[in-house]
Design a binder for this molecule. Structure first.
Ligand SMILES: Cc1cc2nc3c(=O)[nH]c(=O)nc-3n(C[C@H](O)[C@H](O)[C@H](O)COP(=O)(O)OP(=O)(O)OC[C@H]3O[C@@H](n4cnc5c(N)ncnc54)[C@H](O)[C@@H]3O)c2cc1C
Length: 469
């Protein structure tokens, strides 16, 4: 039987992997890549899967690190990106770093040589034609404006963003609750709340003033030339810019202490408060409200550990502000990564709400298999949320808690991290006791990864990968 091809728009990390997975499942693919006819502001070559910045796929430790785990799951699922990454790796300690030109050339060659893949060097400059009934949009953070506008026409302004304003996200169990406390301002329950929906970290006047100085003096990341014109500063000023406007600005903005009583010292009014709000349904991650920042990552760690209650906090991700095209995916995508408003369009990669080379490729892997299953008329069961792939899909299609009282609460692209996984039972040590302290942290990570790999193998083997309906 001759199958109609699926169309994949964008030959970056996600689109390349998606094309490979779909073709390996026996489905013909037309992969549309606009470079070199039309370049983005960051890409320099015409190669597929070009790495636009660092050459690192980050940690390759599949036992203790969530991105290392994602690598391993992708390898087990015959990922082209991981095979070529491994083949072109360069020394980088515990990280997987690659020779970017060799890697991109190898991916391009593999895709061009696949009998079921056709590469079309063209821009899709609007909604795909109606007769493209099965499309993967993997056009990335720098999606061409014509296509982005067409997508926004389907999702509305709320559904597609053109920049991210990421407030740092903290693992809940690393916040010191002997200092911080749960309370919503004025104990207001709000829609769906309890009156205790925020974690509050109190500051004295001295602590606040030192914090403001540290923000102003901290080393900031530069905006790239083409990012400077992105009109995003009105609604979500970085905290250091607010601090520069005057020492009291933050205390009258996101750090205002009004309506809050320190549960540990009710008679001592805090001078300022840092609030954190639940970020995922599991309640394992909390974001720092209004704390989007351009401080360099090392500086963020140095400055934020001066906040009472966060001295030993671990960050699932640090803050940032970038030009970035991405969907409000928990709102607009279904659990098979399809646009609810137009189900022939499936999204993958950074535009689908993940962040990072590897996460983008992993979502391409899933989207390629989903699209192939649909074309073959068979069902697709996604991997469970205990796996790295499943945890990411779950987060971007519903696990994130959507809030509307911006500036930091709405959905922002996410890296893979253990906070996205359902909590795991930590096994007892050989002495029959539960590990404590640092050993507990290590044991927990090992428990997450052991469970994930067991469940991923089970998913790969027991589910007919693409099963008859
Ligand atoms: C400047 C910058 C630096 C980054 N640095 C890193 C980093 O160091 N490490 C990291 O892990 N992540 C980084 N990222 C984040 C991100 O994960 C990567 O951009 C990643 O490449 C995203 O993969 P993707 O497949 O979604 O998009 P991309 O890899 O960007 O691929 C999208 C492809 O679609 C093409 N395209 C766009 N519009 C159209 C159209 N209308 N028709 C046809 N083709 C189109 C583009 O030319 C491109 O080839 C960075 C992002 C940016 C913007």
């Amino acid at each position: 039987m001759k199958l109609t091809p699926i169309h994949i728009i964008g030959g970056g990390m996600a689109g390349s992997e998606a094309a490979w997975q779909a073709a390996e499942a026996g489905v013909p693919v037309i992969l549309h890549e606009m470079r070199p006819k039309r370049m983005t502001d960051a890409h320099k070559t015409e190669g597929l899967a070009e790495l636009v910045c660092s050459n690192s796929f980050r940690s390759d430790d599949a036992q203790s690190n969530a991105v290392g785990l994602l690598h391993e799951e992708m390898r087990r699922a015959s990922s082209l990106i991981m095979r070529m990454g491994d083949a072109h790796k360069v020394p980088a300690g515990g990280a997987l770093a690659v020779d970017r030109d060799g890697f991109s050339a190898a991916v391009t060659e593999a895709l061009a040589g696949h009998p079921l893949i056709t590469i079309a060097r063209d821009e899709v400059a609007g909604l795909p034609p109606e007769d493209w009934d099965n499309v993967i949009v993997a056009t990335g953070p720098l999606t061409s404006p014509a296509l982005a506008e067409a997508i926004q026409g389907l999702t509305g302004d709320e559904g597609l963003a053109f920049f991210d304003a990421i407030a740092p996200i903290v693992h809940r169990d690393t916040i010191d609750m002997t200092i911080a406390w749960y309370q919503s301002r004025y104990d207001k329950p709000g829609p769906g709340g309890t009156g205790k929906d925020y974690i509050n970290c109190p500051m004295t006047r001295e602590q606040y003033e030192a914090f403001i100085r540290a923000l102003i003096e901290g080393d900031k990341a530069d905006f790239k030339e083409w990012e400077k014109s992105t009109p995003y500063f009105d609604g979500c000023l970085p905290i250091e810019v607010m601090a520069e406007r005057g020492p009291e600005t933050l205390r009258h903005g996101p750090m205002k202490p009004r309506g809050l009583t320190n549960a540990h010292q009710p008679d001592r009014k805090p001078y300022a408060v840092v609030q954190l709000r639940q970020d995922n349904k599991l309640g394992t991650l909390y974001n720092m409200v209004g704390f989007q920042t351009k401080l360099k990552h090392g500086e963020q760690l140095r400055v934020f550990e001066t906040i009472p209650g966060l001295e030993t906090a671990e960050f699932a991700r640090l803050g940032g502000l970038h030009r970035n095209t991405f969907l409000n995916s928990p709102k607009v995508l279904d659990e098979r990564l399809r646009l609810k408003a137009c189900s022939r369009l499936r999204f993958a990669g950074q535009i689908a709400g993940v962040e990072g080379y590897v996460e983008s490729a992993a979502m391409g892997l899933m989207a390629g298999r989903m699209a192939a299953a649909e074309r073959l008329g068979v069902s697709f069961v996604p991997p469970p949320p205990t796996t790295a792939h499943g945890a990411l899909i779950n987060h971007i299609t519903g696990g994130h808690i959507e809030t509307t009282d911006n500036n930091s609460g709405s959905f922002q692209p996410m890296n893979v991290n253990f906070g996205l996984f359902p909590p795991v039972e930590i096994p007892k040590g050989p002495d029959g006791r539960k590990p404590r302290g640092k050993d507990k942290q290590i044991a927990r990570k090992h428990a997450y990864t052991a469970r994930a790999l067991r469940d991923f193998d089970q998913w790969l083997n027991s589910r007919p990968a693409i099963a008859a309906e």
